[in-house]
Design a protein around this ligand. Structure first.
Ligand SMILES: [Mn+2]
Length: 324
C-alpha cells in the first residue's frame, strides 16, 4: 500500500475541531468513510461534527453513529473535511457555510482537481480505502462499527468486489478487516441483495415487462405509475432494477422507464463494457446527466420515438465501431 501524505496526518494531529461533509444523496462509500473517519478522530480525542443529508437509504440505516448527523453545528471549525466529493459543488454543505481554518479533501474520483488546502487524492476503489489508510497510519484501533463502515464503503463502491476498480490494495484492506471479525455475510446481504416484499414484487414486475429489440442488444423495461404505486411508491425503486437489462447476455444498452406521474417518465440508461456506447449523450439531450455507462433523465413525450432513438444510437455505434 502507498503511503499517506504527511500533511494529512500532521493536520489531524495538530487540530482539534473537525466537520465532516460528504456528497448529496450519500451512498455507502460516503457514509462508511464519514463514520470511520469521524469515530477515528473521536478516538484520538478530537471534536467531530457531521453535516450529512438524511434520511439515509434503508440499507444504510444501521450505524448508531448516524444519530449525530443532524446535530447543531459550530460557526467555525479547525478543519472541514470533504469526503468522496469530486467537486465542492457536489458536497452537501451547510447554508451559510461554516468557517474553516483548513479544508481537507479525501477522494478517489479521477476527475477531482483538488479544491482543498490539503488534498489526499488517489484512484482507489473507494474513499473508504483512503480513510482506512489514514487511520492505520495514525495507529487508531478500529471498533466494530468502524470495521463495518470501511467494509460498507468498499463493498458498495465495488459492487460487492465485482467491478474493475478492485485492486490488490483493496483486498489487503479487506484482509485486515477480516482479522477483526469472522465474516461479513449478513452485512453483504443487506447491502446488495435484500429487499422488502414490495420492492421484490416491483423487481418482479420489472423483469416481467422486459422486452428486447435490435437483435437483443436493447433491453427495455417499463413500470407504469399504477405498478409503482401498488408496490411502495416512486422512491422505492432501487438501482438493481435499473441494472436488470445489463445482466442479460448480449444486451449492450438498457433503458428502464418509470412513469413517475401520469405521462412523465424517469428514464435510466445503462451501457455495458466492452461496447462503447455513451448513454450520457441521450441523457444530456433531454436535460439529464450521468456518465458513459450510467445516465438518467426525465422524459415527457412519445416513448416509441425514444425507443427508436436508442435503436439508432446502437446502430450508430455498430457502424462506427472501428473509428471510436
Ligand atoms: Mn466513492
Amino acid at each position: 500500500m502507498k503511503k499517506v501524505p504527511t500533511e494529512i496526518l500532521d493536520c489531524i494531529k495538530e487540530n482539534q475541531s473537525f466537520l465532516i461533509l460528504v456528497h448529496n444523496k450519500p451512498d455507502g462509500d460516503a457514509i462508511g468513510s464519514a463514520i470511520a473517519l469521524g469515530k477515528g478522530l473521536k478516538a484520538l480525542g478530537k471534536n467531530v461534527d457531521y453535516y450529512i443529508e438524511t434520511p439515509l437509504e434503508d440499507k444504510l440505516q444501521f450505524f448508531s453513529e448516524s444519530r449525530y448527523f443532524e446535530d447543531e453545528l459550530q460557526d467555525e471549525y479547525d478543519v472541514v473535511a470533504f469526503l468522496d466529493c469530486s467537486t465542492m459543488e457536489y458536497a452537501f454543505k451547510p447554508v451559510p457555510m461554516v468557517d474553516a481554518r483548513t479544508t481537507v479533501v479525501i477522494d478517489h474520483h479521477a476527475t477531482n482537481q483538488g479544491y482543498g488546502d490539503i488534498n489526499f487524492l488517489e484512484i482507489t476503489a473507494a474513499t473508504a480505502e483512503l480513510v482506512f489508510r489514514i487511520l492505520d497510519a495514525l495507529d487508531v484501533e478500529l471498533d466494530p462499527e468502524m470495521v463495518e463502515a470501511v467494509f460498507t464503503g468498499i463493498s458498495t463502491d465495488t459492487g460487492s468486489f465485482q467491478f474493475s476498480n478492485v485492486t490488490a490494495d483493496t483486498h489487503q484492506i479487506l484482509s485486515r478487516l477480516y482479522e477483526k471479525r469472522d465474516n461479513f455475510a449478513v452485512l453483504s446481504k443487506r447491502l446488495h441483495s435484500e429487499k422488502n416484499y414490495a420492492q421484490m414484487k416491483l423487481y418482479g414486475k420489472a423483469v416481467d415487462s422486459l422486452q428486447l429489440y435490435e437483435d437483443n442488444t436493447l433491453a427495455w423495461i417499463f413500470l407504469s405509475y399504477a405498478d409503482i404505486c401498488k408496490y411502495g411508491g416512486p422512491v422505492q425503486i432501487t438501482d438493481d432494477v435499473a441494472n436488470i437489462g445489463m445482466n442479460i447476455i448480449g444486451v449492450q444498452l438498457s433503458a428502464t422507464v418509470k412513469e413517475v406521474e401520469c405521462g412523465i417518465y424517469r428514464v435510466s440508461l445503462r451501457s455495458k463494457t466492452p461496447f462503447k456506447i455513451d448513454v450520457s449523450l441521450i441523457a444530456r439531450k433531454y436535460g439529464g446527466g450521468g456518465h458513459m455507462r450510467a445516465a438518467g433523465f426525465t422524459f415527457k413525450g412519445d416513448l416509441k420515438a425514444l425507443k427508436k432513438e436508442l435503436i439508432e444510437l446502437i446502430e450508430y455505434y455498430r457502424k462506427h465501431e472501428e473509428d471510436i
